[in-house]
Design a protein around this ligand. Structure first.
Ligand code: ADP
Ligand code: TMP
Length: 183
């Protein structure tokens, strides 16, 4: 069996989680065996579910480290979903490769850029590795054009700051202001 990797990427609010849930639900309808993993760090709306900004949800297995994934994957699993791939340790790339090499359809969703516009390494590497890449766009909350950036609206410098509305906005390249000059 030949597997493959699909990457769903884009800025926040671009619909990555909705697209992941859609693909996984269709696999479930096709009676395939599906497992979804998400990193512990993301406890936004729900612990053991993946959840889109409009509260569409699907059961997920929460793991702290990418090492925990392979022992939880069974021979008969057809599709492996991975949510928020940018938050995993870097071994997640080898985990995805191993799964695809061993016949699994691997669907990962993750941010392509951080709040400064720098690429998230896991997503970047997996985009190079993948057979299929889908890059989604959101709507810029400032001007209504298509948005490919995530604006952090609070003054925090850590790369990882979990949050959604009130802390992050979708912005186009014109309205994106990573240094908060005009905020
Ligand atoms: P992502 O996983 O990429 O952050 P989600 O799939 O969780 O995105 O959420 C996408 C949904 O977010 C959209 O269908 C829409 O209902 C909502 N949404 C909120 N703000 C925006 C925005 N600025 N642009 C597009 N969708 C938005
Ligand atoms: P989302 O893409 O599913 O909407 O979620 C992205 C998560 O990543 C959200 O919890 C905010 C967080 N985040 C960071 O930690 N650092 C960043 O630079 C950005 C843009 C988002």
């Amino acid at each position: 069996d030949v597997g493959w990797i699909e990457v769903i990427t884009g800025c926040m609010y671009s619909g990555k989680t909705e697209e992941l849930i859609k693909r996984l639900r269709r696999a479930i309808i096709a009676k395939q065996s599906v497992k979804v993993f998400k990193p512990m760090i993301d406890n936004r709306y729900s612990e053991d579910k993946i959840s889109s900004h409009n509260r569409n949800m699907l059961e997920a297995i929460v793991v702290r480290h990418s090492d925990e994934i392979l022992p939880l994957v069974e021979e008969n699993d057809d599709v492996i979903g991975i949510e928020e791939v940018q938050f995993f340790d870097e071994k997640i790339i080898d985990v995805c490769k191993y799964l695809a090499d061993n016949g699994k359809r691997v669907i990962v969703a993750g941010l392509d850029q951080d709040y400064l516009g720098q690429p998230f390494e896991n997503t970047m590497r997996l985009m190079a590795e993948a057979e299929y890449v889908t890059k989604l766009l959101a709507i810029c909350v400032k001007c209504g054009n298509l948005a490919n950036r995530t604006q952090r609206t609070v003054k925090k410098k850590d790369r990882i700051v979990v949050g959604s509305v009130g802390m992050y906005e979708a912005r186009c390249r014109k309205c994106f202001d990573p240094e908060l000059k005009n905020e």
